[in-house]
Write a protein that binds this ligand. Sequence first.
Ligand code: GLA
Length: 767
Amino acid sequence: MILTEKKLFVLETAHTGYAFRVTEGGVLQHLYYGSRLPRSEDYDSAPVMLNQPGNALLDGDGLCREDLLQEAGTLGWGDLREPLADVTFPDGGRSCDFRFSHFERPEEASPDGLPSALGGETLKVVLKERTHELYLELYYTVFEDEDVIGRWSRLINDGKEPVWAERLMSLQLDLPADAYELITFRGAWAREMEFVRQDLQGELRWSSRAGVSSNRCNPFAMVCRAGAGEEHGDVWGLNLLYSGNHLGTAQINAYGSARLTQGMGPLRWQLEPGASLDAPQAVMAYSPEGFGGVSRCMHPFVRRRIVRGYWQDRERPVLLNSWEALYFKVSARRVVQLARSARDIGAELLVLDDGWFQGRSDDSHALGDWTADSKKLPGGLAALAKDVNAQGLDFGLWVEPEMISEDSDLYRAHPDWILGHADQAIGRNQYVLDLTRPEVCRYVCDSMKKLLEEANIRYIKWDMNRILGDVFSPALPAARQGETEHRYVLGLYSILAELTEAFPEVLFESCASGGNRFDLGMLCYMPQVWASDNTDAACRSAMQWNYSYGYPQSVLGCHVSDAPNHQTLRRTPLDSRFSVASMGVLGYELNPGELSADRRERIREQIAYYKAHRRLFQFGQMYRCPSPEGERFTMAVAEDGAQAAGVHFAALNRPNPIQAPLYCRGLAGERVYRVTNRPTEVRLKDFGSLVNYIAPIRIHAGSLVEKVADQVVKLPADQLDLTASGEAFCRRGFYPVQPFGGTGFNGPTRLMKDFDSRLYLWTADAE
Ligand code: GLA
């Protein structure tokens, strides 16, 4: 709900309130963002400083802006913090003073050429620069049920001369003096989303200059009052619907108050008379219930307001991806064989990854030439798709359309289509196409349409395997080079908008060497993202946990891969790889045909189990539950509370371990649940020479006898079966079956080897 009373503006969601007012002189003063207050007057209580403390400045109305909480900070009038908007005027000056003009309640409003969240109720506040014909429009959208507020801004030059936008942020959030902490998610390739928590003192940033939102620093961040935790404390979550460079700033000023801003990265945009510039939409959520509270706003928000179209609420297929099975060694025979073995384990979609197009023998060729390699796939894609379909599977394809290899027909025809100068640093032997040029976007769009029309392709993995470096477009004049990065993103979005509209039922999965472009912008077009090239269960368990602060598991592509893992060379139990991947959109990234029959059977059981509970795994509300140090316990609870799944992942095994309860979250307090664990396998070979204490004959580790015994002897697996109320599971917790303590093994013992896990399922009695 949006209340506008005299000069007070209050935006309320189901549980939160956000307020600002117009001061006497027309400056927008921020008042409050927190839990919803009972009366609108309650929000209107903050003071304004009308005296000059020491050497601070007063504006023409006698207002000291240095510590005034505001909605739209600028430079030059005594506010020393990061500005929302920064403009250079025709005389070269940058002092800028926006004052309230009027407000509107538009039915719909979204930034031009950029994606925006679906629905909501919008307020537009128009400010005018005091001495120039320059307008700043602030857009606020209330997503009531999700407790999220969207923000973006538009700069309009109504003057007679050009001005230059040096910065146009989407969001500014000023918070009163207190002790705060900033949580950001940083990393690198195969190491996405590392949780970084810092005291907020002085100035901190979270940003990307890679030309993509990047794995170096995800746009999602949280600010909390010092000491907040998973389930307690004031937390504000911020995110941005943008896939290019981004910038987040967090500052504590000389008076202890905080300013946060978020938007696209630095640019220099020339605004001709009559022209405007739109910032992408940012979103924020507040919760007094800690980080978990913010996640429970962001997850439904992403599911309902960001992901859209045919796949929004549809269960995603279990796929088998050819990358780690074949790498570049693609041939029609191998792909069909892979499809056969994929069908055999119960997968529903076969994705042919890199290596399928003309001359693509390794990563230095052919990007840009999107036709099937005539030697590898003599019948072309249409015939291959048919053969895969004949196995009862859908067919999906990998592409990397924004890129161009020097060794490609496209480069030979259009060497000037690359972004940057010919002499530049290159990544993965490839250049980036200059998507600021409409003719390049047309080529990309048309070549993708042709592919999708010529074969029965139901899924596209849209990859992007290098970052931007020399961001220069020969197609733009020198004075406009500062616009190149943003124009690239606008070009990309125009392609994605056209393609997803033309092929609404194709499932697109976004990828950029894994999670190098994991953001809300891409998710507006593509309902899932390949979260990381790292499929090691131990790494993934942590990474998915960290993604879950800001993103629901329905957008995370999670694959079971081979052991030893190709990224870490670590061996983790097959069931752990499954348990971890099951808390997301499950896929397999291995060659089932190369596994033993009993491994294939185990995978068949995994996929059948996942399919039986797929809605719960993909769309259940995620909870990060309390767990002993070094372990992780995550739950997904069905919307109606009738079922829940939980994965308990342990890292390193310890002898004689402490028996601690696990505490559930999200279960309906009054309902009675029965919990059981998915039967695990206990392998004889895991005991090594210990088996000789019970074996009638001597069994040597690694011997053929051990191999045979391992296949034949079935050891009892632990089985939990408990019934209690949801309240009891959450408050009192439950004890997993007693762990193996270094001696003694039988049925009632839970053997947790290194990187082992248990997958639990709660089912409620009928109401
Ligand atoms: C990137 C992706 C991988 C795979 C390769 C193919 O690294 O993240 O999953 O598709 O490209 O070249």
